[in-house]
Design a protein around this ligand. Structure first.
Ligand code: RP5
Length: 161
């Protein structure tokens, strides 16, 4: 049983989503990963969303670009929390992806993070924070991550000289 389902609309999203996978690993969160296209695999999307709770996932992270319907349609098929990563696009720099997932109608939320690399990492951290509510090992890793981050920021003052 995995804690997180990491889904992406295309294999072309993997270079961004890989950062999410690496952050989940560093925070001790178990996950599996799948390409599920909202537009090219609509039946698979519906089945995956409908079965996700029964598979004992706790959070779904969904990344997509352009007309990014994957997170929203995943959210429509489950009551698990869905975190959406807007993948940066060539034509519109990912603003299309962001608006496609952040402007969900009332009743079906997608927790949408930033476009690109920061969002890819923050999606993993947000998922870990949800799982840490009842997983002390993940909680301790999160606390350590924050402590290291603060110390690195303080230490960066040395580079000003
Ligand atoms: C979306 O369309 C995917 O999430 C991807 O970001 C974008 C382009 O997909 P490909 O044409 O590269 O497969 O569905």
């Amino acid at each position: 049983m995995m804690e997180v389902a990491l889904v992406m609309g295309s294999i072309s999203d993997w270079p961004v989503v890989k950062q999410t996978a690496e952050m989940l690993e560093s925070l001790g969160v178990s996950y599996d990963k799948h390409v599920i296209s909202a537009h090219r695999m609509p039946e698979q999307l519906q089945t995956f969303g409908a079965q996700a709770k029964g598979e004992h996932y706790q959070v779904i992270i969904a990344a997509a670009g352009g007309a990014a319907h994957l997170p929203g349609m995943m959210a429509a098929n489950t009551t698990l929390p869905v975190i959406g990563i807007p993948v940066q696009t060539k034509a519109l720099n990912g603003v299309d992806s962001l608006l496609s997932m952040v402007q969900m109608p009332s009743g079906v939320p997608v927790a949408t993070v930033a476009i690109g690399d920061a969002g890819a990492k923050n999606a993993a951290i947000l998922a870990a924070q949800i799982i840490a509510l009842h997983n002390d090992t993940v909680n301790q890793k999160l606390v350590q991550f924050r402590t290291n981050q603060t110390q690195e920021a303080i230490k960066s003052n040395d580079q000003l000289n």
